[in-house]
Design a protein around this ligand. Structure first.
Ligand code: HEM
Length: 269
């Protein structure tokens, strides 16, 4: 999962696009069979495009095997529940649909929070008064997480295709035009968030951020992400008496994810 998410989200990054941390010797049969299909970098040292089926044969093989297994031998896990669903006309998720959903969950549910957390911490490391406030009143952590999501915006953009002619802020958009939505820009809109570049955990309307998108495709995992980040920061502050930066972060090379590959910190117990 770690390698798959790195290869897909970090396809522009020299380290992540060839991520190979997985050791198949400790894997399940499914894992070993999928790993055997892992592509290798070409003469240009690049991996095949991971945003295509051809670029991720190991992930799709694993998803196919898992979907088939969970259909035939359902358990209590999320994937079994998904495969057991029947809609009003008795329809169910096909194994092919499952493969694509698996790709989505493996990627959307992993890298995003993994970049949201260090992003949030970078905000805190730059605002000692915020860290002090959270330490004296941990009930402020959920609100701070909203400001972290607004200020950091892990998923910077998404793209849409116009289905019809429309005017947007005085700009004509034709049917078929590609429209890149910048959540990062929206979350720094001074008309909505005064002093938008300031990391302010007391910001009353931080929750208005669009870090999870909006509309019919709003993030399916938003509540899970919020609860993971709230738990992580509550525990971090609970187990330390102070946290400070201990070197420069290493950034993910990407125009999609605002990612952090390494964040050196020092803490006092
Ligand atoms: C901080 C963490 C996260 C951020 C910033 C984030 C952000 C986003 C954004 C911006 C979208 C696209 C919305 C759009 O197209 O307009 C999205 C979609 C989605 N996210 Fe998240 N996400 C996060 C965590 C998660 C987690 C933990 C999961 C869990 C599985 C998840 C699953 C999904 C799925 C399935 C979609 C597609 C929804 C759809 O197309 O209907 N995300 N997310």
């Amino acid at each position: 999962m770690f390698d798959w998410a790195n290869r897909v989200i970090g396809w522009q990054d020299p380290d992540y696009r060839v991520s190979a941390a997985f050791d198949p010797s400790g894997a399940t049969e499914l894992g070993r069979a999928a790993h055997a299909l892992r592509p290798t970098p070409g003469p240009d040292a690049l991996m095949p495009d991971p945003r295509s089926r051809e670029g991720m044969p190991d992930l799709y093989a694993y998803a196919h095997a898992l979907g088939t297994l969970r259909r035939e031998q359902p358990g209590e896990d999320v994937m079994s529940i998904l495969m057991a669903q029947r809609d009003d006309s008795g329809g169910s998720v096909s194994v092919e649909e499952f493969e694509n959903l698996f790709w989505l969950f493996a990627v959307a549910g992993n890298e995003t929070t993994r970049n949201g957390m260090p992003g949030g911490l970078i905000g805190l490391l730059g605002a000692p008064e915020a860290q002090r406030a959270l330490r004296s009143d941990p009930t402020l952590v959920p609100g701070a997480v909203e400001e972290m999501l607004r200020w950091w915006t892990p998923v910077m953009t998404f793209r849409r295709t116009a289905t019809r002619e429309v005017e947007l802020s005085g700009v004509q958009v034709q049917a078929g035009d590609k429209v890149v939505v910048s959540f990062a820009s929206a979350n720094r809109d001074p008309e909505v968030f005064p002093d938008p570049d300031i990391f302010d955990i007391g910001r009353a309307n931080a929750r208005r951020h669009l870090a999870f998108g909006a509309g019919p495709h709003v993030c399916l995992g938003a509540f899970l992400a919020r609860s993971m980040m709230t738990t992580m920061f509550t525990r971090l502050l609970d187990r330390t008496s102070w946290v400070q930066a201990a070197g420069e972060p290493a950034w993910l090379q990407s125009n999609f994810q605002r990612g952090v590959k390494r964040l050196p910190i020092a803490w006092q117990r």
